[in-house]
Design a protein around this ligand. Structure first.
Ligand SMILES: *Cc1c(COP(=O)(O)O)cnc(C)c1O
Length: 376
């Protein structure tokens, strides 16, 4: 491929910082760089606590444990999402209850959530697709009235906001991903954001194999012991060092991504005006982070042809989720609430264009040219 779909971000200082870890002989979890990353996110998101994890999947598993999700519980989420959103709850014996998406943002349709609530419902998991926020005020209101937790899958939402609030810091818990395909990366990694300080202690215990080792490191107890069921959710400090180098230039990365996103939008507008494609929609109260640029084709047939045309020109474009309710595990562990009006139909039309920090103006120009050529 001449132009890849994604190139993982790497900041200039990454190697230097990893060397620092090695020199300090501290490469396990919760070293200096992990602490720097945690503080950085706490400050930027105004959450009580940020805990770096080994993935967003694992951050979501931690949230599921903190909410005491158990056998027979139900958790509401979109079907148009990554498997991890459901996995974390299904692992605890819960059922995934899928709700249709809105065609404009591809986010869970907040108007269809309440009909999915039953006596077994424990949580709602909004997924901020493409870094564009779900309608959080409505979701929080439903959660409050029914006594439900809100766990944001903000894997794609780092540095994006809704009515001025950072995504991931609006619900009870927020989960970030630093996988190599995300805006900021440490290869594999994530973070759990905690809104209410009362959950911090248990979160630290769960993350440290069920022990109070975090307290021990802080000198609050003189030995650490097994306190609760837990697992190992802390990443190596070398990975945190790689991530921290990007956080230092986070705004620069964000601006560059937004510039690329805006150019796609401006230059492809004429295709939308001619009725050939649809462009993404960002509601007024949302500030997005240019996590993704997608277009929507007429149907799956046109999308296949367009993808092949781009590939013939050395450009990799990719579609996205196969709706979870139509997958084997989704049928086993979930159910769709109401009717699938948009989930399948809209997912079949969506195609994502190359968008990454190091994408050059020239390469982007080539992508736009080839896309226009297809529709000419
Ligand atoms: C990437 C992603 C995840 C998973 O992130 P990992 O860090 O790979 O576990 C979960 N949910 C959504 C919406 C994602 O985009």
């Amino acid at each position: 491929m001449r132009i890849n779909f994604n190139v993982p971000p790497c900041a200039e200082n990454a190697i230097e910082y990893i060397k620092e870890c090695i020199a300090a002989e501290k490469i396990c979890g919760d070293g200096a760089f992990t602490k720097k990353c945690n503080s950085w996110f706490e400050e930027r998101t105004a959450s009580a606590k940020c805990l770096l994890t080994t993935s967003c999947t694992h951050a979501t598993e931690m949230a599921a444990m903190l909410c005491d999700i158990k056998e027979g519980d139900e958790v509401i989420m979109p079907s148009y999402t990554f498997v991890s959103t459901a996995d974390a709850f299904v692992l605890r014996g819960a059922k995934a209850v899928f709700v249709d998406i809105r065609p404009d943002t591809m986010n869970i349709d907040e108007k269809k959530i309440e009909a999915a609530v039953t006596e077994k419902t424990k949580a709602i998991v909004p997924v901020h697709y493409a870094g564009v926020a779900c309608e959080m005020d409505t979701i929080l209101d439903i959660a409050k009235r029914h006594g439900l937790f809100v766990i944001e899958d903000a894997a794609q939402g780092v540095l994006a906001s809704y009515k001025g609030k950072a995504l991931g810091a609006i619900g009870d818990f927020g989960c970030y991903s630093f996988h190599e395909t995300k805006n900021y990366s440490m290869g594999e990694g994530g973070a759990l954001l905690i809104k209410d300080g009362k959950y911090i202690e248990r979160a630290e215990i769960i993350r440290e194999k069920g022990t109070d080792r975090s307290k021990y490191y802080r000198g609050q107890v003189d030995k650490y012991t097994w306190q609760d069921a837990g697992s190992s959710y802390l990443p190596s400090d070398m990975n945190a060092a790689y991530l921290y180098a990007q956080l230092e230039i986070a705004d620069k990365i964000n601006e560059k991504r937004l510039k690329i996103w805006n150019r796609y939008y401006t230059e492809l507008k004429e295709l939308e005006e001619k009725g050939k494609i649809e462009l993404p929609f960002v509601p007024e109260e949302c500030v997005h982070n240019a996590h993704m640029f997608y277009i929507k084709t007429e149907d799956i047939k046109e999308r296949t042809a367009l993808k092949a045309h781009m590939e013939a020109n050395g450009i990799l474009t990719v579609f996205h989720y196969i709706p979870l309710h139509s997958a084997p595990a989704g049928k086993k562990y979930g159910r769709f609430s109401g009717e699938d009006v948009y989930t399948t139909k809209e997912s079949e039309r969506l195609l994502r264009l190359p968008l990454y920090y190091s994408l050059t103006e020239e390469d982007q120009g080539f992508v736009i040219e080839k896309l226009k050529e297809f529709y000419a």
